[in-house]
Design a protein around this ligand. Structure first.
Ligand code: ADP
Ligand code: MG
Length: 486
């Protein structure tokens, strides 16, 4: 398999987070009863005219700026003609020759390192309705299918890459990065179960150095895991096909997660099958430099910029910084935590990426749902910095905070549970002396060069103080005394 190169291009449909549809005033809210959110425009009554939703345009501009693309001063809506029961107009309004966003890039990180993926275009279009083959109202014949036009006219941004991806891992890394970005800049809720973010993967294989092979397009991948497995299957299928003397046929395929395979759905349409032409009901979309500037001014700091700032401003490793900028929620949590911890950024990063991340993971919670708010974690960090807590005691306090004990506040928990670290030099010294006197065998072993015996002595002191002695002080004192009496 090693002399085959995998080539992948992704097309992603991101549902834009507008209140109303792209060409009508109907609501885009998810989950309403069928056909209750379909206006005259959405069901394509004769004589209706589309009116472009300005917010959808603003969100598309925002995306264009976020990927460093050109926002076209003039782009054109086109009719993409095809017949399908969930498309009452007989065409989808999309953009074809002149899309609103052109030539951007997105950085991805995989085990193999960093890579820049070129995004060829992103265009505005409307979604189609949905055919329902099951779950129809009682009393309807089983042979009947229903049409729900609630989704018809929902604004989509279709984001198309160049065929730059070279493995399923890169494809998934790109999809994740894009998913993170659209949520970060607030143009799409990213809900994959509800279909707000779905990807088509174009996959081909070739011998290294050869021209591009024939591609198959796997439609509607709505999870990263399925994307990875679908691509893996498709690559194997194409290589086997060619090695057996066959040729890959350009077609649209569907992934079946139950059987972990892709299946042919239809032969691929060519552009001319769609008889694209400019929609005469809509003027070309003109975007002024002033409009673009307005969107730019309202743009949040982008993930890449924030990551770089975290590295320099807080002196964090690139690993820490990338973890903390994996979503806007992570970044906001971190900065609030640092503020509460009076600037102790490295400790905050360690706790957020360590103890907190592990606990959230175990409870299957997002950081936005954390039972320990950022200010509370910052409060815990303060007690570490001022020596009230050792890191071991801090973990105990954190557990109590997680469970919401004593208002979930570090100070109250330390007080109520007596978890204050013992840092009194005299008290620790007395305890060290006791332990040395009572453990002559360990002392002798240490002198004989057994480092383990030293740890046993530390353990004895910690035991006597119920784990509350300052471990650094215990270590120092023990060494001093052992060396002095050697
Ligand atoms: P269509 O709209 O018909 O699917 P596009 O020209 O928009 O066609 O291309 C769709 C996607 O296919 C793009 O992401 C592109 O990068 C990718 N692509 C084109 N050729 C290949 C190929 N030979 N192998 C893999 N991907 C490809
Ligand atoms: Mg396509």
């Amino acid at each position: 398999m090693s002399d085959w190169e995998v080539v992948i291009g992704l097309e992603t449909h991101a549902q834009l987070a507008t209140q109303s549809k792209i060409f009508s005033g109907a609501s885009t809210a998810f989950g309403a009863a069928p056909n209750t959110q379909a206006s005259a425009v959405d069901i394509a009554l004769p004589g209706v005219l589309p009116v472009l939703n300005a917010q959808a345009v603003a969100l598309a501009i925002r995306f264009g700026l976020a990927i460093g693309a050109t926002v076209a001063p003039r782009s054109v809506f086109a009719r993409k003609n095809y017949f399908y029961p969930d498309l009452p107009k007989g065409y989808q309004i999309s953009q074809y020759e002149l899309p609103v966003v052109q030539h951007g890039t997105l950085k991805i990180v995989t085990d193999a390192g960093e890579k820049t993926v070129r995004i060829l275009r992103a265009h505005l279009e409307e979604d189609a309705g949905k055919s329902l083959h099951e779950g129809l109202p009682e009393g309807l014949s089983q042979s009947v299918s229903g049409i729900d036009l609630n989704r018809a006219g929902t604004p989509l941004l279709e984001i198309v890459t160049e065929p730059d991806l070279r493995s399923s891992a890169e494809a998934v890394a790109y999809a994740r990065a894009l998913h993170g970005l659209v949520r970060w800049i607030g143009i799409c809720d990213g809900n994959m179960q509800e279909g707000s973010f779905r990807c088509d993967a174009n996959v081909s294989v070739r011998k290294f150095g050869a021209p591009l092979g024939t591609r198959c397009e796997i439609k509607n991948l709505n999870s990263f895991r399925f994307m990875e497995r679908a691509i893996e299957f498709e690559v194997r299928r194409q290589i086997e096909c060619i090695e057996d003397g066959g040729t890959v046929v350009q077609e649209t395929r569907l992934y079946d997660p139950d059987r972990d395979e892709t299946r042919a759905m239809r032969s691929k349409e060519d552009a001319h099958d769609y008889r694209y032409f400019p929609d005469p009901d809509l003027l070309p979309l003109a975007i002024s430099a002033e409009e673009i500037e307005q969107v730019r001014r309202a743009m949040p700091e982008l993930p890449q910029a924030k990551r770089t700032r975290f590295e320099t401003q807080y002196q964090l490793s690139s690993y820490d910084a990338s973890m903390l900028t994996s979503s806007l929620e992570h970044a906001e949590y971190f900065e609030a935590c640092v503020q509460a911890a009076k600037g102790e950024a490295k400790l905050c990063a360690n706790w957020q990426n360590g103890e907190l991340a592990a606990a959230l993971n175990r409870a299957n919670l997002d950081i936005a749902q954390s039972p320990v708010p950022a200010a509370a974690l910052g409060g815990l960090v303060c007690r570490l910095v001022d020596g009230t807590l050792s890191s071991k005691l801090a973990k105990e306090v954190f557990e109590a905070m997680w469970l919401g004990e004593h208002g979930g506040l570090a100070d109250a928990i330390i007080e109520a549970k007596g978890l204050r670290q013992i840092s009194d030099q005299g008290a620790i010294e007395a305890m060290v002396d006791e332990v040395l006197a009572a453990n002559a065998d360990n002392v002798a072993q240490f002198r004989a060069g057994k480092e383990k015996a030293f740890n046993a002595l530390v353990g004895q002191v910690m035991k006597r103080t119920k784990g509350k002695a300052n471990p650094a002080q215990v270590n120092d004192l023990l060494r001093q005394k052992l060396n002095a009496s050697a």
